[in-house]
Design a protein around this ligand. Structure first.
Ligand SMILES: [Zn+2]
Length: 154
């Protein structure tokens, strides 16, 4: 069962009326604010270094963005993914836009590594673990991302 099976609930989520991001005002686990997005990351994740960029305004689909907003969204995605790539030393970055559970535009940024738990296939976001980071490693990751973003924002 997904939220799609209740058309009224799904429409309230899509319209923003019951969007959990908008009701809170911001997404949780924000590690940086960019031009039109918030960058979020948490310790409970399927893979080390994964982040998500949430568009500040409530929109569901890419085509709902103006051309200027779409350009700014992509610019934020480029800045954030470059920072994540450089900080993690990933072999490849993956970018995923779904919104099937929370239909508020966001893109997942997944760094991929040789020998990662999903090698040869997409990340399964339902396989969440709290043990991908060593003690203090997450705080160090966040600090390095902040530094990279402040350098790339100049
Ligand atoms: Zn929203």
């Amino acid at each position: 069962m997904s939220r799609w099976s209740n058309p009224e609930e799904w429409e309230r989520l899509r319209s923003g009326e019951s969007c959990p991001i908008c009701l809170q005002g911001k997404p949780t686990n924000i590690i940086a604010e960019l031009d039109v997005t918030f960058l979020t990351a948490g310790e409970e994740t399927p893979i080390k270094g994964s982040c998500a960029l949430f568009f500040k305004r409530h929109v569901v689909e890419l085509y709902e963005l103006s051309l200027e907003e779409a350009t700014a969204f992509m610019r934020d995605a480029q800045r954030a993914s470059k920072a994540v790539h450089e900080v993690t030393g990933a072999i490849k970055m993956n970018y995923e836009i779904h919104g099937n559970t929370i239909p508020h535009l966001h893109v997942h940024l997944f760094p991929r590594y040789v020998g990662d738990a999903f090698e040869g296939q997409p990340i399964n976001p339902r396989v969440v673990t709290t043990s991908v980071y060593a003690p203090n490693e997450f705080a160090d990751f966040v600090s390095k991302i902040e530094t990279r973003l402040s350098e790339s924002g100049k």
